[in-house]
Design a protein around this ligand. Structure first.
Ligand SMILES: [Zn+2]
Length: 294
């Protein structure tokens, strides 16, 4: 199990008091270093072709321009500073490095900031600039891994991921998320071309219910359909105590889900990407439990 990040991911800063703070990644990297089981490598920035497979040039250029003038607000929650473009491209690069590792048979986790699953084709939202999970899925398809399963256990619905894959039957998207909540998408009847499996649930339920509901959706998505690659959109804001979520998961539940995914899909390459999670030490607890179970 390898871990990839990019140094610029620590330099994206949406401002004082914003929950998507550099501290999230700083605490995680310190914990990984202290723990010592999972080597952390710095990746190269993503090549532009990989980004263009998902986002139009005009959108990429607009983000780069905004960073060049020192940053600004893309929406009330999604704020760039001068380093945010470099961070986004570095984070996408870390995600692609994790894919490269998985294609060589070594499962890998990437820790990008900003996160990705709310980013639309040509619009940033929900702290997200580039759709890392879809960038990885498209690159995997170009590398001959046609069928990709994306499992998103962030407490929020990955509206960007869904919008970018919902017409491609070769990609299946499973999402467990709080409902109703930001961003307002993710109803169970949003099924794409039969490739989207949404599991909206209310807050404050016993953690086992969330685990079983997500697992049932994974089983439905993979019944008679075997992915070549698994991409986990690994948000850790579904943990008890997260300031932005109302779910109740503990590290042991991420370990359980990870083991189940590995057991059910033994031949699929394994890539996991950090999404949300806003209590930094809890995020580190969750990631460590997740990685140890791969
Ligand atoms: Zn989230």
């Amino acid at each position: 199990m390898l871990v990839f990040t990019h140094p610029d991911c620590l330099r994206h800063d949406p401002g004082r008091g914003h929950p998507e703070s550099p501290e999230r990644l700083r605490v995680l990297l310190t914990r990984l270093d202290t723990d010592g089981r999972f080597p952390v490598r710095a990746a190269d920035p993503a090549p532009r072709e990989a980004l263009l497979a998902v986002h139009p040039a005009s959108y990429l250029d607009s983000l780069e321009r905004m960073a060049r003038v020192g940053g600004g607000a893309l929406d009330p929650d999604t704020i760039m500073n001068a380093l945010s473009w470099a961070a986004a491209v570095g984070g996408a690069g870390a995600s692609l490095a994790a894919l490269a590792s998985a294609l060589e048979g070594v499962p890998a986790f990437a820790a990008p900031r900003p996160p990705g699953h709310h980013a639309l084709r040509d619009r940033a939202m929900g702290f997200c600039l580039l759709a890392n999970a879809v960038i990885v899925a498209r690159a995997a398809q170009r590398a001959g891994r046609q069928q990709v399963l994306i499992v998103d256990w962030d407490v929020h619905h990955g509206n960007g991921t869904q919008a970018l894959v919902e017409t491609d039957p070769a990609i299946r998207y499973v999402s467990l998320h709080q409902w109703p909540a930001y961003p307002g998408t993710g109803r169970a009847d949003e099924t794409g071309v039969g490739n989207v499996f949404n599991v909206p649930m209310g807050p404050a339920q016993p953690p086992g219910r969330y685990v079983e509901a997500l697992w049932n959706a994974v089983v439905r998505a993979t019944d008679g359909w075997t992915p070549d690659l698994l991409v986990v959109s690994a948000g850790f804001d579904a943990m008890a105590g997260d300031p932005l979520g109302g779910f109740t998961l503990e590290p042991t539940h991420y370990a359980d889900l990870t083991r189940r995914l590995r057991d059910r899909l033994p031949s699929a390459g394994f890539v996991s990407l950090l999404e949300g999670g806003y209590a930094p030490s809890r995020v580190a607890d969750g990631v460590l439990a997740h990685l140890a179970a791969v």
